[in-house]
Design a protein around this ligand. Structure first.
Ligand code: SF4
Ligand code: SF4
Length: 253
């Protein structure tokens, strides 16, 4: 009989992308979530919630972007921002999310699990405040962090040793006691590459919630022609200029 990890690895290998997989306890994740996300997760799990807390696990998995897509972000052409180029990154973001959602559904249906979609689509300009996101899903980064797939960087993203923060994630909860992976130590050190690239990250300690500044910035870009709710400058900064830039191994297309 296939284990969850074997089945997931098979599904991931069907894509021509590099991937990472980790496991953690359901309760470990639940305790790490904001109260509003705990409520959302409890409602999602319904009558299975107690069993999940008792013996369940979270499977976290991510797909890495190709190396070349990183250079499509925030390109200047003739003094103007090249939105056509930036939209290539947005298209790839959607492609990865779709792949992850498909894999998450297949895995969940095979092991009677509960899948959490990779993202909430197209809300940046429709909500009033970034806090409106919080009660609509759970943080895949919180799951991935507990599942040993990386540390939480200064840019708020999960930094994986191989693929940096150029990774999209999804998660599936299963009522099975799986062996948890070990968490990874924080390793941003003195690096400031993402802070240098984004003033909101740089001033995140004094801003009420820098993620709201981020949301507004992206909503503004959407009005100018950006197709998806993604910016990616903080990913690009980490991958190209961060202290671990030379050790990342993003696949060439
Ligand atoms: S996505 Fe863009 S605006 Fe948001 S934190 Fe990253 S660099 Fe800053
Ligand atoms: S750019 Fe540097 S400080 Fe920012 S997340 Fe990456 S490693 Fe950490």
């Amino acid at each position: 009989m296939h284990t969850v990890m074997d089945a997931l690895a098979e599904l991931m290998k069907e894509q021509s992308y590099d991937y990472i997989i980790g496991i953690t306890g359901f309760e470990t994740v639940f305790c790490a979530l904001m109260p509003v996300q705990q409520k959302w997760l409890r409602n999602l799990c319904k009558e299975r919630f107690n069993d999940l807390v008792e013996i369940g696990s979270f499977v976290s998995f991510g797909i890495s972007y190709y190396d070349s897509i990183i250079d499509t972000i925030n390109v200047k052409k003739g003094g103007e921002t090249d939105l056509d180029s930036w939209n290539l990154y947005g298209d790839e973001y959607s492609r990865l999310n779709e792949m992850l959602d498909t894999i998450a559904s297949k895995l969940a249906s095979r092991f009677d699990g509960i899948s959490i979609p990779a993202t909430l689509h197209g809300l940046a300009g429709k909500i009033e405040n970034v806090t409106d996101y919080y009660g609509r899903t759970i943080s895949h980064r919180a799951v991935a962090e507990r599942a040993g797939l990386g540390w939480r960087g200064k840019n708020g993203l999960l930094i994986n040793h191989r693929f940096g923060c150029a990774v999209r994630f999804a998660s599936v909860a299963v009522t099975l006691p799986l062996d948890a992976s070990e968490e990874v130590e924080y390793a941003c050190g003195d690096c400031t590459a993402c802070e240098d690239a984004c003033t909101f990250i740089k001033h995140r300690v004094v801003l009420p919630d820098y993620r709201e500044n981020c949301r507004r910035y992206i909503a503004n870009l959407r009005k100018k022609g950006l197709k998806k709710d993604v910016c990616g400058k903080c990913i690009q900064a980490c991958i190209r200029n961060g202290i671990h830039a030379t050790s990342f191994e993003l696949r060439a297309e």
